[in-house]
Design a protein around this ligand. Structure first.
Ligand SMILES: [Zn+2]
Length: 157
């Protein structure tokens, strides 16, 4: 690791600790030439493979931005968005692969978003699953009703 100040390559690690629930390691380093100190953060790379084949690092922020659009005008606060993105990341990491196709990131969003806000879920799902007709919405809404289970609303007599 080169010193960011003098570009010297001999830097000593003086402290090392896990951060972010052990998902990253933060190291304090001291430059052997100029003596200045700096910090490095190492974390395993979780890559998202886009449809075009391009890979980019997984970003919680991108998840939040995508979901935020679907939540416009809904009673969903920033905290809930952050928690959702955290859950998405956890489930992706739990999948055990370092490279995830972007549509799987979308899939991982659907579940937690449905629990969070059903209207936002429908909006997100309509874009993500490219709903093309009223029937697609009807099917999805029927599925939501099914999840709510019988007995939630009594059938009219
Ligand atoms: Zn230096």
């Amino acid at each position: 690791m080169r010193c960011p100040f003098c570009r010297h390559s001999d830097c000593r690690v003086i402290d090392s600790r896990e951060v972010d629930d052990g998902q990253a390691t933060r190291r304090r380093r001291s430059c052997g030439a100029c003596g200045r100190r700096f910090t490095t953060v190492e974390e395993p790379v979780l890559a998202v493979v886009k449809r075009s084949g391009v890979t980019e690092p997984f970003s919680r922020e991108k998840v939040v931005n995508g979901v935020r659009r679907a939540c416009q005008g809904r009673p969903v606060d920033e905290d809930a968005l952050q928690q959702l993105a955290h859950r998405v990341e956890e489930s992706i990491r739990a999948g055990g692969t370092a490279e995830i196709p972007s549509h799987e990131v979308g899939l991982a969003i659907l579940g937690p978003l449905r629990e969070l806000d059903e209207v936002a879920y429908l909006r997100f799902a309509s874009v993500y699953r490219s709903f093309s007709s009223i029937e697609d919405f009807e099917k999805e809404i029927a599925e939501l009703r099914r999840i709510h289970g019988s007995g939630a609303t009594a059938p009219p007599n």
